[in-house]
Design a protein around this ligand. Structure first.
Ligand code: SAM
Length: 170
């Protein structure tokens, strides 16, 4: 069965595991609530995650075994700070899975497209290529273990990556 949201698929695959779905939008949370109404172990919270604001997330370090971030990175103003906070929240051995649409060429046309899109979708900051997303993860102290770029349809391209964090032993 195909699920609309990756987090929904996860909740159904592991129905007894606790889960948390965070979004700043009340509308999106209402959709999530509808999709997950039969999943009592998933909690929904309205939170804005964004760089320094993420430092206020009410979770102690190393809380989560798995963090997924789907179609959101392009909205984040300070992606390295955001990814560093995700790394802080990962339990040892935990994984971060990120997916988003990809920036495309030619650069000038894409810049015009993003400029227009910002007028429609207020939050949009910028889209990244898979290589750029990898580099952001590395700057945030994450170790990318898998990455894949893929076509979505005739216009959109996407990428997904999985990362864990580099533990330094001194
Ligand atoms: C394109 S939608 C993707 C929704 C869902 N994750 C999915 O994959 O279907 C982008 C979502 O990111 C949320 N968002 C954007 N910036 C955010 C932020 N700083 N903190 C929390 N949520 C944010 C928006 O409210 C919106 O629901």
């Amino acid at each position: 069965m195909r699920h609309r949201y990756p987090a929904e698929a996860l909740a159904r695959a592991r129905p007894r595991h606790g889960g948390l779905w965070v979004d700043v939008s009340a509308d999106m949370l209402a959709q999530a609530q509808e999709a997950l109404k039969d999943q009592p172990h998933v909690r929904l919270e309205r939170i804005e995650v964004n760089g320094s604001e993420t430092a206020d997330l009410p979770y102690p370090p190393q809380t989560f075994d798995l963090i997924t971030c789907t179609n959101v990175l392009h909205d984040i103003r300070d992606p390295v700070a955001f990814l560093s906070d995700m790394r802080r929240l990962l339990a040892p051995g935990g994984q971060l899975v990120i997916e988003d649409f990809a920036r495309r060429r030619p650069a000038l046309l894409w810049a015009m497209f993003e400029w227009l899109a910002r007028r429609v979708e207020e939050g949009l900051v910028r889209a990244y290529t898979l290589a750029e997303a990898r580099a952001l993860c590395t700057r945030a102290g994450l170790h990318v273990v898998y990455g894949k770029a893929f076509p979505v349809d005739w216009f959109w391209r996407g990428w997904a990556l999985r990362a864990d964090y580099i533990v330094s032993v001194c």
